[in-house]
Structures are given as C-alpha cells and as structure tokens.
Design a protein around this ligand. Structure first.
Ligand code: NAG
Ligand code: NAG
Ligand code: NAG
Ligand code: NAG
Ligand code: NAG
Ligand code: NAG
Length: 326
C-alpha cells in the first residue's frame, strides 16, 4: 500500500467517525470509465462544476461526483464513430478518427469550453456540451498540426493555444519521446480572438510547445517548450510588448502551466523518473515543489491545477485524475 493510500485510509477512518460532508476531498483518484485513459488537462466551469478532463478516446468527460464519477460531456472529432472510438486508448491511426483533445479551458462569461485537439486544432464546445465546432486548424485528421496547450484570458476572452509540432502527430508521441522530439523546433504559440475570429501567431520555432498560461493581469503569456526544459514569456502589453524572453529553465520537461487565483503558476515537470508540480511566482521564483512520483510515477503528470484551495492533477497516460492537498 502506498503512502498516499495509507493517508487516504486514515483520513477516511477519521471522516467516517466525524464529518459526512467531506468525502469527495478524500478520494484521491478520479477514475475515468475503463478502459479510457489520459486526462491530460482539466478545467472547471463557472459554477465550480468539474473537473472536466480530456481523454484518450476523443471525449471530454465531466466529473459529477463520487457515486457517478465521470460522465461524457463533449467530443472533438466531427467524424467520431462510437463503435470504434468509445473506450479507445492506443497510440495508432484510429486516434486520428476519434480525435485527441489535450488542452482545455472555459470562457466563464459565455460558458463555452475550448479544447486544443491534437488532430483537429482549436475547437469550441457550447454550454450544453456535445459535438465541438472547429475554429482553427485542420478539418481532416491527417494533418500534422499537433495542437496541445490552451488557456483563455478571462478578461478579453482571447484563447491562447500551442501547436506542439508540425512534424508528428499525438499518436507518434511515444516515439518522439525516444527519438524525434529533440531538435524539432516546429512548434508555435497562437491566439484566437472570438470577437473577430482572428488567429495570430505569436511565436514560432518552439521545441514542442506544450503548455500555455496567460498572466493574471493579461500582460504576458507563458509557453513551455517540453523538449528544451524551458518556459518562454511573450509580452502582450507594456514597453516590451511583442517581444519574448526566457521565463525560466527547469530541471525537467515542463508540460501544462496553470495560473492559480493568486496569479502564481503551477507547472507539471517531469524527468524520466520523477514527476512533480512546481509552483512559481509571476517572476519565475520557485515557491513549492510537490512530488507526484507515487501518483504518476511511470505515466508522468501533464498538469497540476489549483482550484478553490485544492490541487488536481492530470496525466496523458494514467487512467485517473488526482485530487490532493500537499
Ligand atoms: C470551494 O470549497 C468550499 C469548501 O472548501 C466549498 O464550500 C465551496 O462550495 C467550493 N466552491 C466551489 C466553487 O467549488
Ligand atoms: C463505425 O465503425 C463500425 C466498425 O468499423 C462500422 O461498422 C460502422 O459502419 C461505422 N459507422 C459509421 C457511421 O461510419
Ligand atoms: C490520410 O492520408 C492518406 C494517405 O495520404 C489517405 O489515403 C487517407 O484517405 C487520408 N485520410 C483522411 C481521413 O484524410
Ligand atoms: C466568426 O465565425 C463564426 C462561425 O464561422 C461566424 O458565425 C461569425 O459570424 C464570425 N464572426 C465574425 C466577427 O466574423
Ligand atoms: C521557423 O519556423 C518556420 C515555420 O513556422 C520555418 O519556416 C523556419 O524554417 C523556422 N526557422 C528555423 C531557424 O528553424
Ligand atoms: C505590437 O503589435 C501590435 C500588432 O502588430 C501593434 O499594434 C502594437 O503597436 C505593437 N506594440 C509594440 C509596443 O510594439
């Protein structure tokens, strides 16, 4: 039994003796409906509902509570065939038919949910869920426009998203990890403005652009370069507007970046053997490092997000999201 399970069991025992209202917080694994895996990114709606997570079979699921678990909310591929896609979890050509949503974020004003799909680019799901509308990127699954990270500027509604690479597709990621990823600089950072449908490329030649997060005041946006162990910052406002600089170097590969309510950022950082969440200030000063080796040792953590005082984690390869308090 792992340490976290022991802690959970002890907390559960305390819970059973005391307060019946806090059980959700004690469930440290939120299991996707088997055999679906890969909650790579998480989001919460404007009513605090969720987490919503992306998954290996092209669907976006919403966590509705401990008894019902995850329920289907939306899907990204216009051609999705349930017979072959529901429950799909491999890295093969089928993935291109089913879609592979990765980055996720709500516009809390409109209730729209945006997703970066590794095959279908930037897509939008209306407030009632269901089939997504494609906004930017390929209408066909064949293209190598590997959209990956996503964040919505809550003040402007502008959506920032990354193209990890134009050299390979998500299904090739396990190979890219071993071979092709290093040296590939075909990634980019883009924005989509829903008020005029305009797409802008901010930064090119990125080494596998994975995560993205806009700052609390909207003055800059961060983009992680997974295979380069670094995070770049693009200035949107002020004297340095339209220029970019190095935000921080890391001792591992940075994946998704999520801002917390205090304007700090949580970065999922992985090495071959270590998985962690790193909390930094808006100037890149490290405040906290949380080890996720027990939770996501082999699968690697793709996201750490702080929401309403609790931490949530996601992973491209694990079958569950996690809730934890370090
Ligand atoms: C935030 O957490 C508190 C308890 O810790 C809970 O009462 C409240 O409903 C939560 N808010 C949301 C939006 O989930
Ligand atoms: C979905 O896939 C199944 C199995 O390959 C096939 O029999 C069926 O015709 C497909 N449905 C559609 C609508 O393409
Ligand atoms: C993908 O490309 C192959 C070879 O170029 C082609 O045969 C196939 O029809 C394409 N599939 C889709 C969904 O566009
Ligand atoms: C943006 O695109 C949508 C869908 O294609 C369209 O309905 C809308 O009119 C467009 N808005 C603008 C401002 O061009
Ligand atoms: C930078 O990326 C562009 C495409 O976005 C490409 O045409 C160009 O060759 C790249 N430059 C370098 C130095 O790799
Ligand atoms: C940044 O680019 C935008 C759009 O090209 C331009 O309107 C703005 O003046 C630029 N700002 C600075 C400080 O160069």
């Amino acid at each position: 039994m792992s340490k976290s399970m022991v802690v959970t069991v002890i907390l559960l025992a305390i819970f059973l003796l005391c307060s019946p209202s806090s059980v959700a917080i004690l469930l440290n694994k939120l299991q996707l409906p088997p055999p679906v895996i890969g909650p790579e990114a998480l989001a919460f709606d404007r009513n605090g509902g969720g987490p919503y997570v992306t998954s290996s079979d092209g669907r976006i699921f919403k966590y509705v509570g401990p008894s019902e678990g995850f329920k289907e909310y939306a899907y990204t591929s216009p051609n999705r065939n349930r017979t072959i896609c529901d429950g799909f979890s491999d890295f093969s050509n089928i993935q291109a038919i089913c879609g592979r949503p990765l980055g996720l974020g709500f516009n809390h004003q409109t209730g729209d949910l945006y997703a970066a799909d590794g095959y279908y680019g930037l897509v939008k799901v209306g407030p009632n869920g269901g089939k997504a509308t494609q906004l930017v990127g390929p209408a066909q699954s064949n293209s190598t426009v590997f959209a990956n990270g996503l964040d919505v500027d809550s003040n402007t509604g502008i959506v920032y998203f990354t193209i990890a690479s134009t050299k390979f597709q998500p299904k090739d990621f396990p190979t890219a990890l071993l071979t092709g990823g290093i040296g590939d600089n075909s990634g980019s950072l883009l924005s989509y403005d829903p008020s005029n449908n305009q797409t802008t490329v901010f930064l090119r030649n990125l080494t596998f652009a994975s995560g993205v997060a806009v700052s609390g005041d909207g003055s800059f946006v961060l983009v992680s370069e997974y295979f380069a162990n670094r995070i770049r910052r693009v200035w949107l406002k002020g004297p340095k507007a339209n220029s970019s600089d190095l935000f921080m170097l890391l001792a591992g590969r940075p994946d998704n970046i999520k801002r917390n309510s205090r304007g700090q950022f949580w970065i999922a950082v992985n090495t071959v053997t270590l998985s962690s969440g790193v909390r930094v200030t808006e100037n890149g000063i490290v405040l906290q490092i949380v080890s996720l080796v027990e939770e996501y040792g082999l699968e690697a953590a793709s996201e750490v997000q702080e929401y309403n005082g609790t931490l949530y984690g996601g992973s491209l390869l694990a079958s569950y999201a996690i809730i934890f308090t370090p």
